[in-house]
Design a protein around this ligand. Sequence first.
Ligand code: AMP
Length: 400
Amino acid sequence: MNIDFKNKRALIRVDFNVPLDSEGNITDNTRMVKALPTIREVLEKGGSVILMSHLGRPLKKLNEDGTINKEKFSLKYLVEHLAELIMVDVKFADDCASDEAALMASELKPGEILLLENTRFYEGETKGDRGLAEKLAGLGDVFVNDAFGTAHRAHASTAVVADYFTAEHKTLGLLMQKEVENAKKVMYSPDRPFTAILGGAKVSDKIQLIDRLMEKANKIIIGGGMAYTFVKAQGGHVGNSLVEEDYLDLANTLLEKAKNENVDIILPVDSIIADGFSNEAEFRACPSDQIPDGWMGLDIGPEAIEDFRKAILDSGTILWNGPSGVFEFSNFAKGTFSVAQAVADATGKGAFSLIGGGDSVAAINKSGLAEKVSFISTGGGAMLEFLEGKTLPGIAAVEE
Ligand code: AMP
């Protein structure tokens, strides 16, 4: 990071929105671990660290009497674990914008860390309130944004706060830099062939991404529920599979566009179909365009697995966003895990692979292949918007 941190208090926006169980135990510390390099660098360069983050949606899940459930959504549960990870004591301010937080911040000495309470205890956070942003900004001499997961939000602590620092006093953190670098590599200078693997429930969520990929990718593999809108648009019979009727025309337009742009669209030729949306349902393989009524495609079939694998292995760059089936049900997880395996194998052969989007990240972690891909993004929605070519407020506010 291109800032002199010596004797400076660095206000760092991290994404510590970690899952907690009912006793406040952290069930997945990935987001904390990913923030460590930035924190370490500031400390090593002689600065002190003030960490701020949101946790969950406390204002959307108020107590019955209308008060905030400060116990459930507190960042205090992270203090001890963070101290263990970084091997430095961590102080805690039980309100991110109080006078006491300001006092604690002003008393920080180089090498020390202060964690602030949940920024979303303030209504102004998600509203991008300038008063709150200014208060937060007053806590630090410099600002570092390392929270890629919330970079697509123009919130007080993610974007507006940066307005109170000059260009020389703010920067992207190391995690954020890596996220941006890898996403740019995929979209602007991919080794060819560039294969995008898309999946998940709906076409409507990914329209902009598909459209943009038409100009960038050589092959687009489409699996998951979204495939059936394309299959039906082409005249196939998809039974009770997930279909967005309003998007049938658009699906055909996209297929036409792909032809004109010389992009190879690979749909699943066969599916694992089920007679209900349940792991207990009857299931069997079937051509994707001949699914009987009362049955639905919940995973890609054996032939599709082979097609997908072949295309993935013949790639220089791979972007994977969205599962190929309902992988939460063990009977319909094979397609998604085969994709994970193929991505790992292609990476082993030298391809660059980026996994972005919550569910494909969960799938790659569950498959045990996380170490065998090039980069796993920490930002679901943020990565999607970045790939779509949108400006992310959290990045723009620092880089302006
Ligand atoms: P998304 O958030 O759009 O990436 O969608 C992820 C969800 O899509 C997961 O919860 C999957 O279970 C679901 N999904 C994947 N394939 C199918 C399918 N064939 N039918 C219905 N849902 C699916």
